[in-house]
Design a protein around this ligand. Structure first.
Ligand SMILES: [Zn+2]
Length: 133
């Protein structure tokens, strides 16, 4: 609130000065002042916008790092079958939670991602990771 009062005070002062100087400067002063204020506002908001964008990017990349770290912590297929020997089936791999053989692979970042992982279609558990070469 105080900030706006100061702004208003400065504006009134400049308007007064503008009226005083307008006969000499031909009214250019007010136009310049308006342009200056407008420019100031644009710079102020664009700086805030850039920080907003940077904060968003940082959050976004943190999400990716966390996602990748979680993926990296998953066992690969070899390790998964070593830990869960009962999951090795003649035609594939079963879920170690519900023993369903209905599993699907998903990309980590998007559907065509090189970093992929298998999840169980029945219980939704994440089973193991693999990477497309
Ligand atoms: Zn399952």
């Amino acid at each position: 609130m105080l900030y706006y009062m100061e702004m208003l005070g400065a504006f009134v002062l400049f308007m007064f000065l503008g009226l005083m100087f307008s006969p000499f400067l031909g009214g250019c002063f007010m136009i310049m002042l308006v342009l200056f204020l407008l420019g100031g506002f644009i710079v102020f908001f664009s700086i805030n916008f850039i920080w907003f964008l940077i904060a968003g990017l940082i959050f976004y990349s943190c999400g990716w790092v966390v996602k990748f770290y979680r993926w990296h912590k998953l066992p690969d297929m070899h390790k998964y079958l070593e830990q869960n020997p009962q999951c090795r089936l003649s035609h594939g791999v079963a879920c170690n939670h519900c023993n369903s053989d209905n599993i699907k692979h998903t990309g980590l970042f998007n559907q065509n991602s090189r970093w992929r992982y298998y999840t169980c279609n029945s219980c939704g558990h994440t089973l193991y990771r693999f990477m497309v070469l």
